[in-house]
Design a protein around this ligand. Structure first.
Ligand code: C2G
Length: 708
């Protein structure tokens, strides 16, 4: 049986490596050797490799003591390989189970065979797609064989070792990016026919953290332009008489320019050096190709070919304006954004204007509310603007603007101060003089942004967008020392931390008395003679209708609760603000009340005798009241171990019992005094650790720090 040598260069991919190696070990075709080539990683890759080597004689490793780059490492692998075939796999990617088998069964007497590359967003089980065993579907490419290498990638192709050796086909070692290109052009210029199978699948992972751990493609544009043009020129010289190679190379350069380089030049200054490198390469472009391109691109390429950057910038800018106009005509929001950028941002800053937003305009609530109320009560000399989705009744004379309306963009461009408890859209820019107070919205239990390895079901740009958006923050409110430390690491936040407790919790100290509580109950139209249970769960990353619209399935059996507790208690249901579905509670009128659209959860805390939650940060705030807390964690394993990791050990550190079903919840509520006794020591320690900074004065201290 023929054997395959799999060559895997490794550099700082500890979080993906096990998965990648496992996908090889689980291949249906087992006659292989796996060459793990560690390019001097600084993380734990070395330990992972050594561990695997101990257990499987087919795994061989080499650890470089300084960095060689992917091209050199793969060349090293080719020399080391003892198999009949060579296959390249990157250490952050993985294979479908029958990938190798399909390739080896179909290569016959060809020198190489190509398979399909698919992009994968998330890791492990979520993407474990198996191959369709129907491997009849082989296409042979002859004339149009270069189409197969338009992705510039050597991945998911099987080569015979002899073919590579006889022709001395190797990767470029003098570039970081595009070292595959010379390898591929060399191989493809020799072979007449290349078979392709879409049944053999290689999963190329979309890396989601270009900030702390960029993949090669996520490294900077100047480097990529330099490397690409370097390889391009070199190949143009070597293959000057091969028309097909030339056309292929020109198309690659042309597409690289249109898809990426043009935007780079538009958005960056000091590009003289790469511009001249690109200009040298572009002069060699096939003139027919340029001639046939759209007139705007033609003009831009001609300007590059003259090497005159100033002229090119003018042409590029003119085209950009045309594109902007076209986009603006496509929709109202786009038009507003254009006006925001080209008009409002150029008007002077309003030094006395403060814009507030809480939970994406959904409510008048959270720390922004209490900061605002402190400012109006103290008659501070500012103008206030609140962003809402719908008009609200609020104290003071703040202007209200609808989120994403023309006025929204106008005020965000001109106001000196922004106060918000979550991120503002990436389309906005921070201007000189702007002061942005980020209050955030909870002590974290669930891991946040840069502390999460893989963001389940989130957009691959999540981390890089978060990074850009949080660079705008000037102040960040922190409720306790535990949160300060997490915010520093999870947000990579290094500016001023306001360590005064949460403004949103002031009310839990200033209004925690029977008169205020009674008054609140009356205004909420709930009975004043019953005890109140508040059920406030969080959202689940894997239960949604569409992006941003999450659904919640109620697992509390309300009829049982009513039967057992209905005489003494009422229940307030409070869904997270991401939850889009309405719960039908009409059967339970007089016992269950839906407070999901009530603005301020702090007021619900005040009127509640018991809180039931799960993994929501609400318990950190509620604990300020020192009232009992129950954790209804019916899906703990899935939530903690699959969706999100936790910062705390929920089984030993939270101030109340973890309950699994409605019966346990009922039992705990009926026996609430004993629950309190049992958890008293833990509760005290918890209060000490998380609530100590809250003293009713956080709003005042915050305002004094920011509006000096
Ligand atoms: N919230 C609410 N009602 C709920 C759940 C949450 O009003 N049923 C509010 C609370 O103010 C809570 C905040 O939304 O503190 C954040 O909710 P979490 O459930 O903790 O979830 P998330 O929005 O993912 O934020 O650092 C905190 C994390 O970012 C969590």
């Amino acid at each position: 049986m023929k054997s395959i040598s799999i060559i895997m260069p490794i550099y700082n991919t500890e979080e993906f490596l096990v998965h990648s190696i496992q996908s090889v070990l689980q291949q249906t075709y087992q006659n292989f050797e796996l060459l793990l080539l560690n390019d001097n990683s600084e993380d734990n890759s070395k330990e992972i490799i050594e561990n695997y080597m101990k257990n499987d004689h087919r795994i061989k490793a080499h650890h470089f003591t300084d960095r060689h780059g992917v091209g050199a490492v793969r060349n090293f692998g080719i020399n080391m390989a003892t198999g009949d075939y060579i296959y390249f796999l990157d250490s952050d990617d993985y294979l479908a189970p029958s990938t190798l088998q399909i390739l080896i069964e179909n290569i016959h007497n060809f020198d190489l065979i190509s398979g399909r590359l698919m992009r994968a967003n998330v890791s492990l089980e979520h993407a474990a797609i198996s191959n369709d065993q129907d491997n009849q579907d082989i296409k042979i490419y002859t004339n149009r064989k270069y189409r197969l290498i338009r992705n510039n990638s050597v991945l998911n192709r099987l080569f015979t070792k002899r073919f590579l050796a006889d022709n001395n086909i190797r990767f470029s070692e003098d570039v970081e990016n595009y070292s595959d290109l010379s390898f591929l052009v060399h191989a493809f210029s020799i072979v007449q026919e290349v078979p392709y199978t879409k049944e053999s699948i290689y999963f190329k992972r979309r890396r989601n953290d270009p900030i702390s751990n960029p993949s090669l493609l996520q490294t900077g544009m100047p480097g990529r332009i330099n490397d690409f043009t370097h390889v391009y020129m070199h190949l143009k010289d070597n293959y000057s008489s091969d028309e097909k190679v030339n056309l292929f190379l020109d198309r690659q350069l042309f597409n690289f320019y249109r898809r990426q380089i043009v935007a780079y030049f538009r958005n960056n200054q000091n590009v003289d050096e790469v511009f001249s490198v690109l200009s040298d390469a572009m002069v060699r472009l096939n003139s027919n190709l340029v001639q046939k391109s759209p007139s705007r691109t033609k003009k831009e390429i001609k300007a590059i070919q003259t090497g005159n950057l100033i002229h090119y910038k003018k042409v590029n800018l003119k085209h950009q304006r045309l594109r902007n106009l076209k986009t603006a005509l496509k929709g109202r929001r786009r038009l507003y954004i254009q006006l925001y950028r080209s008009l409002f941002m150029k008007m002077p800053l309003k030094k006395k204007t403060v814009v507030f937003e809480s939970f994406l305009g959904k409510s008048y609530s959270d720390s922004p509310k209490y900061i605002y109320e402190y400012m109006i009560e103290n008659k501070m000399d500012y103008n206030y603007v609140w962003i809402f989705n719908e008009k609200k009744n609020i104290p003071g004379n703040a202007s209200q603007v609808k989120r994403f309306s023309l006025k929204y963009f106008y005020y965000l461009a001109r106001a000196k101060y922004w106060v918000s408890n979550s991120r503002l859209p990436i389309t906005l820019n921070k201007r000189e003089g702007n002061v942005y107070l980020q209050t955030w919205h909870g002590t974290p239990l669930k891991q946040l942004v840069f502390d999460m390895v893989d963001v389940y079901s989130a957009d691959p740009k999540y981390k890089s967008n978060f990074y850009r958006q949080s660079r705008r923050w000037d102040y960040l409110s922190s409720p306790n020392a535990y949160s300060s430390a997490i915010f520093r690491s999870a947000f990579k936040y290094d500016k001023e931390m306001l360590e005064f407790g949460y403004p949103r919790n002031d009310i839990l100290y200033t209004k925690n008395n029977p008169d205020n509580i009674n008054e609140l109950k009356v205004s909420m139209r709930i009975p004043t003679d019953k005890k109140v249970v508040l059920y406030a769960p969080t959202w689940r990353d894997d239960e949604f209708y569409s992006a941003g619209k999450y659904k919640f399935t109620l697992q509390l059996e309300l009829d049982k609760l009513q039967a057992e507790l209905g005489d003494d208690y009422i229940v307030l249901l409070r869904m997270h603000y991401f939850i889009a579905n309405q719960l039908d509670i009409s059967e339970y009128s007089g016992f269950v009340y839906d407070f999901s659209s009530y603005d301020d959860i702090a007021e619900l805390y005040l009127v509640s005798d018991v809180l039931i939650t799960d993994y929501s940060s609400v318990f950190f705030d509620f604990a300020n009241l020192k009232r009992p807390i129950l954790f209804y964690t019916y899906d703990l394993e899935n939530y903690r171990d699959k969706l999100r990791g936790f910062y705390l050990d929920i089984e030993t550190e939270v101030p109340g019992p973890l309950l699994r079903n409605t019966e346990e919840v009922i039992h705990a509520i009926s026996d609430i005094q004993n629950v309190q006794k049992d958890y008293a020591t833990r509760y005290d320690a918890f209060y000490e650790r998380f609530c100590k900074w809250d003293d009713g004065k956080a709003s005042e201290n915050t305002v004094k720090a920011v509006f000096k």
